[in-house]
Ligand binder design. Sequence first.
Ligand SMILES: Nc1ncnc2c1ncn2[C@@H]1O[C@H](COP(=O)(O)OP(=O)(O)OP(=O)(O)O)[C@@H](O)[C@H]1O
Ligand SMILES: [Mg+2]
Length: 500
Amino acid sequence: MSTEDTVMLSDDGFSCMSKRHSVSINPDPSLMEDIGAASFTVAEAIVELVANSMDAQVEGTDIEVDIYIDSSEIRVVDNAKGMNGDVLAQAVRLGVKMDKIGKVSASRKGMFGLGMKTACASLGRRWSVTTRPVGEGTEYFVEFNLEEWTDRAGDSDFKWEIEIEEREPDEDGVLGVREHGTAIVVQELRDYNPLAGPVLDKLGRAYKGHIEDGDVIKVNGNRARPPEYDFIEGSKQEFNIPCGDDEEHRIYGWVALDKQTHNDDIFGLNLYRENQLVEPWNKDFFKAHLMTSRIIGEVHLDFVPPNFYKRGFERQSDEWKEARETMEEFLEPVVKASREASRGKDPKKFRKAARGLQKALGGGSEVADPDGGEEGEDEDTSGGGTGDDDGDSTHDEDELVQVDASTLSIDGKRIRLSYEMAGIPDERLPWDYIYDEATGELQAILNTNSRLLDKSEDHEIVGTLALADCIASFLTDEIGYESSDARRYRNMWLYQRLGE
Ligand SMILES: Nc1ncnc2c1ncn2[C@@H]1O[C@H](COP(=O)(O)OP(=O)(O)OP(=O)(O)O)[C@@H](O)[C@H]1O
Ligand SMILES: [Mg+2]
């Protein structure tokens, strides 16, 4: 600590003395290990390391990243441009923004100067970088033993220094005969049994665009493949739309309608930034329910800042708000088309939905007509939406919702129906419902505190009517039906139930 005495004059002219102390604010050595507590999965950490390989691509060559995973070691080896001694020295520091200190290509996945260090520390306690920079014929090596750093916790004399070794390229080493590239090797793994499968899967999703453009990522010799989508023929629409007050940003990608509706979470939009998946299956731009669960797509939001660990976008940023506004408006016809396609199992519905979508989004390609249907039968699609016409879906087999006296079946999923009496504090509430997704049970609760039960003799009829009302509310609130459809299903059910 250094101290400096200063004599100062206060406002009223009296002299007073203040002291300034300069203190070291070097981080505690344990930080180097603690940054790994970012709760990355093994797959997420490897995705971060591969992001760096992609950022360092040598122009004109495809990236090849070879990843090896076993219980003792994880290695990520690339053929990118490598790092010279100066770059490596900056690269291992925490929080250095590389774009601020050197010539770095403008569009990069890297932003915070933390990814490599956090990813490595989350994977294991010992990690190293071996790197051969393009055109140098030399190799640099640096190693971190995090146990040693953490052992020095509390030591204020600790110097944040590390040795970089410069050496002849070793063909038997981890970089083999590559002329340039970088190898990250992590040992003393935190996960005793890291699995290659989920990593392969995650990489295929995360870097879909790169892989489609020719870059190769392998895990234990197996190539990562992008996932395939199974959408309704003709429903895929590409788009590239301006965004922002001065239209200074662009959002691009595609949307389509999945062949199936989803009870699971696997629908919505995969959101990318700089060709890296930041949010899978996002549902922020439309109201998510069964009727919209066919919406799938890939959307590139290169201008929106990601959050710290790139596992989502910064929701508070103006850019996100702009993107959200633009996408909500853009998706309106897609939401309508998803509803249209979900109204029945008749394949013609799909064509109608796809055509409506094409018209609304201005797509050009023709929609295939598998059974040679005639143009005339689709005349009501010009608005691109559902309207309220139920004219062609009166056959029960066509309905997405099937009913019998004690069950609803929505697109194949059975929901058991029942009612029960219980006290709900608000006496003005005659009934309410509980839906348990796990057990597939919809239960109307008749409020024993309500006047309705006092005044009625036949509780069975009241229970049945309550359940009918709850079915209609459930179909609109939870499944996303328009109220006219929900009422129609309610009536169908009541008719069945009373016929028992
Ligand atoms: N495989 C690699 N090839 C070449 N350079 C690399 C490689 N990995 C890391 N670097 C260099 O190290 C720097 C630091 O990487 P790190 O992942 O820690 O931060 P970043 O990528 O700049 O930002 P972010 O925290 O957003 O990932 C990179 O900016 C890059 O210059
Ligand atoms: Mg990075």
